[in-house]
Design a protein around this ligand. Structure first.
Ligand SMILES: [Mg+2]
Length: 348
């Protein structure tokens, strides 16, 4: 879309750095009572009173984390915010503010940046976080986005990665594997497009998984749901790199082992059918795919009655003594050691 000849293209140099920030952020208003001062001074001022502050940062680099030949900039802006908020929810906290920093080459016109900021603005509005600062600068090549998210929680509500105990149940929200498969479909269409640019792809069979890749949502509903169910997880993490590597993080930090049951892993029907079409194993995709931005957590067995039959939550295994190791129990009831594989090794 950046190459679209019919679109208006205003060179960034026309505004200058100062004018650019002002132009992009002029519609951002602060809504959170804790945001005493947002954009417009040398620094933002925040007052969290008696709450604890949680902070998380992510860096997204063109060509490494995203490919602009099939990722619309508005979606990219939205996703960049989601990636960060997901980490705040994974602490069982509530995100309140973000800062957005962008390095951009002059191949992008102002209109491209406006689209990116539209996505950022939409995400901030829907998730009720204030954009309180950031920086915009030129890069020699490509686009880089760094977002820092701030959030709040009462100290006793914060959930770390290191609290899981042997016997705890392992729970995942939603379903997994969709985002990775959506990426596979988009990569395939990109190759088809290279050969025949007039080809209009029919992506109607893949709407769910493409949305999981291009416009993921983070699970803002889960911390309040857990509170309502009166369940405090013993450990929690979000699924950015893939179910298996996140399980390994929880195990390593909590000094426990784990058995994960292949037949319990929640898969969307579209994930199953697309796996068949691509002739790839759906369990491999679920374990190694990544970018699902679901939450993975452990709970005490005593809390089982509180979460059972909840449509958002699936029990996929249980924690064991550390010396028992980390295993996948296959459908054929064989015990396979789990390996950490992010989506990059899988891709290669
Ligand atoms: Mg995380």
């Amino acid at each position: 879309m950046i190459e679209d000849k019919n679109q208006k293209r205003t060179p960034l140099s026309e505004l200058g750095e100062f004018g650019l920030i002002e132009h992009l952020t002029k519609n951002f208003k602060t809504e959170q009572p804790s945001s005493l001062k947002g954009i417009g001074d040398d620094a933002a001022v925040i007052d969290f009173k008696d709450k604890k502050t949680v902070v998380s940062t992510d860096l997204l680099i063109e060509g490494v984390h995203f490919d602009l030949s099939y990722v619309p900039l508005k979606h990219l802006g939205y996703k960049a915010v989601m990636v960060n908020l997901s980490d705040i929810y994974a602490m069982n906290a509530l995100p309140t503010q973000i800062t957005v920093s962008i390095a951009i080459s002059n191949r992008f016109p102002l209109e491209a940046l406006e689209e990116l900021y539209e996505g950022i603005a939409l995400a901030s509005k829907l998730y009720k976080v204030d954009v309180i600062g950031g920086d915009t600068t030129t890069s020699n090549k490509g686009l880089t986005i760094s977002i820092t998210a701030l959030g709040i929680a009462d100290e006793e509500e914060i959930v770390y990665r290191n609290g899981a105990n042997p016997g705890d149940l392992l729970v995942v929200t939603g379903d997994v594997g969709g985002a990775y498969l959506g990426l596979q479909v988009l990569e395939r269409e990109k190759e088809v497009f290279k050969v025949n640019p007039n080809n209009q792809p029919d992506l109607s069979l893949y709407t769910y998984i493409i949305e999981r890749q291009l416009k993921p949502e983070s699970r803002k509903d889960i911390p309040p749901l857990l509170k309502q169910l009166e369940v405090k997880p013993t450990a929690m993490i979000d699924i950015s790199d893939g179910l298996s590597s996140e399980i390994m993080h929880l195990c390593k930090q909590s000094n426990v082992g784990c058995n994960v049951y292949e037949d319990k892993i929640p898969l969307d029907p579209q994930v199953i059918s697309t796996c068949e079409e691509f002739d790839i194993n759906s369990t491999t995709v679920a374990l190694s795919g990544g970018e699902d931005y679901e939450l993975l957590f452990t709970i005490a067995q005593a809390d089982f009655p509180k979460i059972k039959a909840n449509p958002h939550l699936t029990i996929i295994g249980h924690m064991t003594e550390e010396k028992e190791g980390i295993h996948l129990i296959s459908r054929a009831n064989t015990k396979i050691p789990l390996k950490a594989q992010g989506w990059n090794p899988l891709k290669n």
